[in-house]
Design a protein around this ligand. Structure first.
Ligand code: SF4
Ligand code: SF4
Length: 355
């Protein structure tokens, strides 16, 4: 099986996007060398990582409440795991040992925070599927950040994809993710994970820890009873059942990002105004822009990290994409009008015996 065959199979199984990264490159460029998330820590035999993407349906970002995205997140993740598992099985049937990594699990030995054995965002970038946004989500040209990814580790040596060196993110002059963030967690190509978690993981690990600690320390029976019957406990229960509330709770930076044809087609109008935008956030974005222009040291853009942001900087990808999208829309409308004109008069009217 070569790369083209593997990609065709992944698409047939339902992947929205697929790319391939070489294990050698992933081992040489861990996201943070202090806590290396590399394939060789998992298997010394891995030669390639096949990265598949499942998009989150755009409709959930048009909904009024985040519950729509929370529930779909769970379904998208489960479906993605099934696709990845089937792909790994197909590779094994061909004689190439392969397995799927957990996309959303934390390796407690690396760091006491949400920090997986592999970083799926970095896998996606190394597999040529996108680059970092200002809020360090991976942005794909096709669906922006409205995606999930997972990796299949295989012992089959496959031709890797080229990394995108052009910055997909518009950058400081856009800063829409920064404006929309309810906890002001967006840094300069970085994220304050703890601040983000307060909105994105309402019933996540840190919240549960706080509640259990309060319960253990509490010597007031009344208060302990209140905690047991609280919304938090119900939230954890629901999270265990359906993942809802455990992570991905806050859809704001995903919803407002103008990268991707799904945004051009369905989100431009509903996400045009960002209610969370404040003069302070505008000032913060301005400072980011000035710092980059002045060449000041920015950790998210240092010599190690700029690899995943796109060394060439922003070259107008989103503007080009929008123009192409509009041209396609125009062509489709013209073709539709032409086919209607070509229909014989009265073709739409049902025949007498069909009424
Ligand atoms: S909203 Fe703008 S600045 Fe933020 S990630 Fe998307 S393109 Fe980049
Ligand atoms: S998920 Fe929500 S809280 Fe976290 S960075 Fe994005 S907008 Fe901010």
């Amino acid at each position: 099986m070569d790369s083209a065959a593997v990609k065709a199979l992944a698409k047939d199984l339902g992947a929205d996007l697929v790319g391939i990264a070489s294990a050698k490159t992933l081992n040489a460029f861990p996201p943070d060398p202090r806590w290396p998330q590399t394939p060789d820590r998992i298997s010394p035999h891995c030669k390639s990582v096949i990265v598949i993407v499942s998009r989150i349906p755009v409709a959930v970002f048009r909904a009024k409440a985040p519950v729509a995205v929370q529930y779909m997140d769970m379904m998208v993740l489960r479906r993605m795991d099934v696709i990845a598992h089937k792909l790994a099985e197909a590779l094994e049937r061909e004689g190439h040992p392969s397995f799927v990594t957990a996309a959303q699990e934390t390796d407690w030995d690396l760091k006491n925070a949400s920090y997986g054995r592999l970083s799926t965002r970095h896998l996606g970038i190394e597999a040529g599927l996108g680059t970092f946004g200002l809020e360090v989500n991976i942005l794909t040209p096709e669906f922006g950040p409205r995606i999930y990814l997972t990796g299949i580790l295989t012992e089959l040596e496959l031709e890797p994809d080229e990394r995108i060196t052009e910055q997909v993110c518009i950058g400081e002059s856009c800063s829409r993710c920064l404006y929309s963030c309810p906890t002001d967690a967006v840094k300069h190509f970085g994220i304050d994970k703890r601040a983000c978690a307060t909105a994105a993981q309402e019933f996540g690990f840190m919240t549960s820890l706080g509640v259990f600690e309060e319960m253990i320390d509490c010597d007031d029976d009344e208060r302990r009873k209140e905690i047991v019957e609280s919304r938090d406990i119900y939230g954890f229960w629901q999270g265990l059942l359906r993942v809802v509330g455990s992570f991905g709770d806050c859809p704001r930076c995903l919803a407002v990002c103008p990268v991707g044809n799904d945004y051009h087609a369905h989100l431009t109008a509903p996400q045009k105004v960002i209610p969370e935008k404040t003069p302070e956030k505008v000032e913060k974005a301005k400072r980011f822009k000035e710092a980059r222009k002045a060449g000041e040291p920015i950790p998210g853009l240092d010599d190690w990290n700029k690899r995943w942001v796109g060394e060439e900087g922003y070259q107008g990808l989103v503007a080009r994409q929008l123009q192409a999208f509009k041209a396609e829309q125009k062509a489709r409308a013209a073709a539709h009008a032409e086919s209607r004109d070509a229909e014989p008069a009265g073709a739409d009217a049902p025949a007498a015996d069909e009424r």
